[in-house]
Design a protein around this ligand. Structure first.
Ligand code: H79
Length: 565
């Protein structure tokens, strides 16, 4: 994975105190993938290719030869490109800056480059530089602006990684040729010609030697002393960590980091890709990133004619309207002291205030908050002028908030809890007495088996990941610590993948043992195991063991508890 996304280095906020204000406090940005590939929208010669559209040239997608790909410039004429409308969309969405592809892996510069004429001004009938307009439109909206730049891969310039290995005359070309003739001068250009920029977003460092990365970073520092360099520059020379593509972490992550994600499944426009994130899903992912301590950058892929897919815009506008009502939940907000999401939603923090974003409104009229140790000064359900006090009580280390039967907001309702001091929390998972509680394998202590992250591509370039417990040995256990408020029976189920019939055991340590045989699937599916009993309120260890079946393929993703009623 390092080859693609660079190493995971923890960068502390303090190192960057003078820079990265928008990154650190804005917490939400727009990413844009737009280039010649957008014209194709994943269809070549009548055939549709599924996956990330900017990779269409790749042999594992359409496999377009270099000269043929270059011809796409002759038809690039994005008359519907409207820089002001895009900046306004980002603003309305609640985003604080825009990062756009100045050059992706295929090597086409979407700005006027003197270093290489394979660019949007010199090679297209449109002959305009959209980046001047966009940079200006961002400034007019009070947004930051910055560039994505593929520094290592260049598929059309001789010597670029995965690019031609000889030049026009047939002489061998080296990475150094590409670096000196194109990469370094282009990074000079993007950091010199568009005013102050927020970030230079390098991607996929691969095995690029450190001396090259250092030179690029030096150029950014010289021309843009206030800009951040993305972690994917490589060799730990970036300012912050970028997680894997499309990855929203489950546990709090230290230091300065971001998740990059996209409104549908592809980064670049793909004609068939109508699987949009709903406004609620966007808020869920944004608030999860802020709640884990990071920043969320969400992508749109404009079409080849420059227009923005209407459904992407709709989801962004609707989630943005919510953010305008609850800015305190997102901006300059910090990570949740629970360090993970809660069954009904998530928590962000500002000083001594907790913001509870409730995604699943509890039907029983009570919201259960486990492990809060600091005394509450006040609690209210936010609704502009109509905010109302929320009654609360505590029992066995839990806080129980009384709520109206119907959620005041369609998407996400927010409860503000003002604390008497700094938030202090026992982050142990609570088994919610009202709604189902899922605990991911990430949070298990594992003995006799392996806990690791597995990634795979659902479609070409579209990454999914899971933390799973695998390679089970005879006495292996994955143990989950839980806190129980309401004693009684709970239905336990496990989400796993595997082959054939599998037997799993679940033990309340010092208490009941159940086991059951269920089928499996190569996809992760939830299978019921049975009821177990928690005899009284308190903390329990619940151990999962793998009893029969093929241990090589058995992969546990999570355990679920639901009140048996
Ligand atoms: O710009 C977007 C992607 O195009 C870019 N990063 C985001 C922000 C990106 N470039 N590479 N990757 C993401 C990782 C892709 C890896 C794969 Fe492959 C490409 C998997 C299959 C094709 C490289 C070639 C690794 C295996 C074969």
């Amino acid at each position: 994975m390092n080859e693609m996304w660079g190493e995971s280095t923890v960068k502390l906020r303090a190192e960057n105190a003078a820079r990265g204000q928008l990154f650190d406090e804005g917490n939400y940005a727009m990413f844009i993938h737009w280039g010649l590939y957008s014209q194709l929208g994943n269809k070549v010669d009548g055939k549709t290719y599924y996956g990330i559209g900017e990779w269409i040239m790749n042999p594992r997608m359409a496999g377009i030869p270099v000269e043929e790909y270059k011809n796409l410039a002759k038809t690039f004429n994005p008359k519907k490109f409207d820089a002001k409308a895009i900046a306004k969309l980002a603003k309305d969405a609640g985003m604080k800056y825009i990062i756009i592809t100045s050059k992706h892996h295929e090597g086409f510069a979407m700005y006027h480059s003197k270093a290489c004429d394979f660019n949007v001004v010199d090679a297209t009938p449109w002959a305009k530089d959209p980046m001047h307009e966009l940079a200006e439109a961002c400034r007019a909206e009070g947004l930051g602006f910055g560039f994505y730049y593929s520094h290592n891969q260049d598929w059309t310039f001789p010597g670029g990684n995965r690019g031609p290995t000889t030049d026009e005359k047939g002489n061998p070309a080296t990475f150094d040729d590409y670096f000196v003739k194109k990469c370094l001068p282009q990074v000079e250009e993007i950091t010199s010609n568009y005013g102050p920029i927020e970030i230079v977003w390098f991607d996929t460092p691969g095995n690029m030697p450190k001396k090259y990365v250092q030179q690029l970073v030096d150029v950014v520092r010289k021309n843009q002393p206030n800009a951040l360099v993305s972690g994917r520059a490589g060799h730990g020379l970036g300012d912050y960590q970028s997680l894997g593509d499309m990855e929203v972490p489950h546990k709090n992550v230290d230091g300065m980091w971001e998740s990059v994600d996209t409104t549908n499944d592809s980064w670049a426009y793909a004609w068939y890709d109508e699987y949009w994130k709903t406004p609620k899903e966007i808020l869920r992912r944004l608030i999860a990133c802020v709640g884990r301590g990071g920043t969320y950058m969400l992508n749109i892929g404009p079409r080849g004619d420059g227009s923005v897919p209407e459904r992407a815009a709709r989801s962004l506008e609707e989630s943005g309207a919510w953010i305008r009502r609850y800015p305190q939940v997102v901006y300059a907000a910090d990570a949740s002291p629970w360090e993970h999401a809660l069954p009904w939603g998530d928590v962000t923090v500002k000083g001594n205030r907790l913001y509870l974003s409730v995604f699943e409104w509890p039907a029983g009229g009570k919201l259960y908050l486990p492990g809060l140790k600091t005394k509450i000064a006040s609690a209210k359900l936010l609704l502009g002028e109509k905010s109302s006090a929320v009654p609360y009580e505590s029992a066995h280390g839990w806080t129980i908030l009384g709520l109206p039967p119907v959620a005041p907001e369609k998407l996400v309702s927010v409860i503000e809890i003002e604390l008497a001091g700094e938030p202090e929390v026992d982050p142990t998972f609570g088994v919610d007495p009202d709604i189902g509680t899922e605990i991911l394998a990430d949070f298990a202590s594992v003995a006799g088996a392996e806990l690791s992250q597995k990634r795979w591509m659902e479609k070409f370039g579209e990454w999914k990941s899971v933390h799973h417990v695998h390679d089970w040995t005879a006495d292996a256990k994955a143990t989950f610590e839980v806190s129980v408020l309401e004693p009684g029976d709970y239905v336990v189920s496990l989400t796993y993948a595997g082959e054939g019939r599998l037997v799993w055991g679940v033990d309340v340590v010092g208490g009941e043992h159940i086991q059951n045989q269920q089928n499996s699937s190569h996809n992760y599916q939830e299978f019921p195991i049975g009821w177990i009993n928690f005899p009284e309120p308190g903390t329990y260890a619940v151990a999962v063991s793998f009893l029969e079946g093929d241990p090589a393929l058995a992969s546990l993703k999570s355990i679920h508890f639901a009140p048996a009623r």
